[in-house]
Design a protein around this ligand. Sequence first.
Ligand code: LLP
Length: 434
Amino acid sequence: MHHFHYAGQNLHCESVDLAEVARLYGTPTYVYSAATIADNYQRLSNSLKGLDVRVCYAVKANSNLAVIRHLSNLGSSFDFASAGEMRRVVAAGGSVRTSVFAGVGKTETEIRLALEAGIASFHVESEPELARINHVAGKLGLKAAIAIRVNPDVDANTHAKITTGTSANKFGIPIRQAAAAYEAASKYPNISIQGVQTHIGSQITEVAPFVRTLEKLAPLAAELKERYRISYISIGGGIGVVYKDALASGAAAWWDAQPEGTRPLTPEAYGAALAPALRKLALKVLVEPGRSMVANSGVLITRVEYLKRGQGKNFLIVDAAMNDLVRPAMYDSYHEIVPLHRDTTRRALVADVVGPVCENTDTFARDRQIQEVGEGEYVALMSAGAYGHVMASRYNTRPLPAEVLVRGSSFEQVTARETFEQMIANEKIPAFLK
Ligand code: LLP
């Protein structure tokens, strides 16, 4: 459920007319709904009620300082993929002491910074990383808390580019080698074994892969509890969201109308399926949701520049491009596209919705049926709150887009659109060319 809806003919985010945002801040601009993020956070927390749960929001999904602060205010801890993300959490006033550090390539500097900031635990992805963490902790005279990321060899049944839990992926230590890796970890003087972790992929829309993973991991977790007194299990992130019917899925009625057995994964179904096995383990439970906290809380609003009528094909050319939202180009992902001003008297148009970048992959949608819109009007790409702005680039020397956060009838720009001067600020012409 989310808080984007038409009030009258205009698309609103909570009580704010998105046309007003476009007029004030220009386009392309990401707009986020604080109420939607809060709902997502509460629903997931509630679904695991009764367990000792800590939500560690995966910062990589949307690392805007305002989003981090909002989640921190709601009680969230964080999952970092880099020291940069950790520093964002510090800058936003979030807690590092209850947060965890993931990733296959942590550098010595990152490990040191995290230890100095009092990180709760490192999620270790290889034996050499264990040795490195031990070494850095030793130099600082500290003990580093760790959990090993175990690769359970479970296919998450999602897009190949975001599957991480099979033996073909670079992530984690294979479950068969896990006991040996823990044994090795227990010998390091500056390592304190605290938990076990897994994450099998992203945009997982059924509960079965999560259940299978927990079935595989639970015996190991129980053994580790026995042997090393681990205190927690982290079950990662990965909960999928609705992209196809994004706008309609804002309403509870849409969910009720989905036939039993085909209903997309909800936080409630996720919690209900996993809670019994987790309860038996009697460990603290960490969850690391990224997408499911923020995807449906955000849209990318963009202006129509041209409607180009080609031979048997129409192109709706908008001012957002693959550099602003790369997911369609990178993962063939679907984002629903809706007009900011709905007019049911207009004809439908079938068009490719494209950006101005000189690449065929700069295509948000192919042969998409949408309401006819023309130059100067606006459309919104739905479900763009996760892996949107964070994956934006400056390709074609296009500035990083603006971001706006809405709460009720209030809204503020939380990232200004980049200027040309900022884009070239770190570049220089070398002396030998002068
Ligand atoms: N924990 C770990 C260790 C992760 O690697 C990730 C995401 C998460 C948690 C959060 O997963 P989520 O709840 O967001 O599925 N850029 C891709 C998604 C990449 C996900 C990377 N890891 C996309 O746009 O689909």
